[in-house]
Design a protein around this ligand. Structure first.
Ligand code: PGA
Length: 257
């Protein structure tokens, strides 16, 4: 059980064009009428090209949904063809931005230096980064999952001041659990989420460690979220596949019943 406000974030990945994204966000708004949204923060992370549409829909419907992007450039502006800056996202009303998702690390070679720079770029633009960390299967099998994850955490938050560290969201996503249907056990999730909070405590002290929301991600569904959320250091979920259906994602947000 957490005393922090739980956060459920839907990572749409490279799914849904703007029309489909509009339909999903409007349907989610409808479904959330059945949920006490004062208890949980609801966030969606659509593709860049859907963000303007999501902004208009959320504003027009006064929907209880915050939103953000799945990535941002480490640079402020200039000759970086194909990239999108934090200030551009801020201008679209984004609150959050994911940084260092395992698919960015795996397919785009993003290492700790890149994720660290992107976390700083997010703060510089007034966005809250959701820093994703987590081990691949070999590291888990070798018993190095905590060590691996904490190295990614430390690289990602290096150089932050306490005020920034307090606001960051960390998502623990074991790579072997992402998109595989193989959810981590609540005990596995708790082990690493608590190690993350412990590392934050030694780096930044109690106030920061007690404030930061640590999410679990990897095959979260409405049928397994409540059990994960009973764990002391699990403050929410980063949800891929199950966030693409409004009814299912609303059930995840409403896990408290
Ligand atoms: P999944 O993805 O819920 O489809 O496993 C989680 C993620 O990659 O954030």
């Amino acid at each position: 059980m957490t005393t922090r406000t739980p956060l459920m974030a839907g990572n749409w990945k490279m799914n849904l064009d703007w029309k489909q994204g509009l339909a999903l966000v409007e349907e989610l708004g409808e479904q959330l009428k059945e949920v006490d949204t004062s208890l949980v923060e609801t966030v969606v992370l659509p593709p860049f090209v859907d963000l303007r549409t999501v902004q208009v829909a959320v504003d027009a419907g006064k929907l209880p949904i915050a939103y953000g992007a799945q990535d941002l450039s480490a640079h402020e502006s200039g000759a970086y063809t194909g990239e999108v800056s934090g200030s551009m996202l801020k201008a679209l009303g984004c609150t959050y931005v994911a940084v260092g998702h395992s698919e960015r690390r795996q397919y785009h070679g993003e290492d700790e230096q890149v994720t660290g720079a992107k976390v700083k770029a997010a703060f510089a633009a007034g966005l809250i980064p959701i820093l994703c960390v987590g081990e691949p299967l070999e590291e888990r099998q070798a018993g190095r999952h905590v060590e691996h994850t904490l190295a990614q955490l430390e690289g990602g938050i290096d150089g932050l001041n306490a005020e920034q560290a307090k606001q960051i969201v960390i998502a623990y996503e074991p790579v072997w659990a992402i998109g595989t249907g193989e959810v981590a056990t609540p005990e596995d999730a708790q082990e690493v989420c608590s190690a993350i909070r412990g590392a934050l405590r030694s780096l930044h002290g109690d106030e920061v460690a007690d404030a930061v929301r640590v999410l679990y991600g990897g095959s979260v569904k409405s049928s397994n979220v409540a059990e994960l959320m009973t764990k002391q250091d699990v403050d929410g979920a980063l949800v891929g596949g199950a966030s693409l259906k409004a009814e299912e994602f609303a059930k995840i947000v409403g896990y408290q019943g």
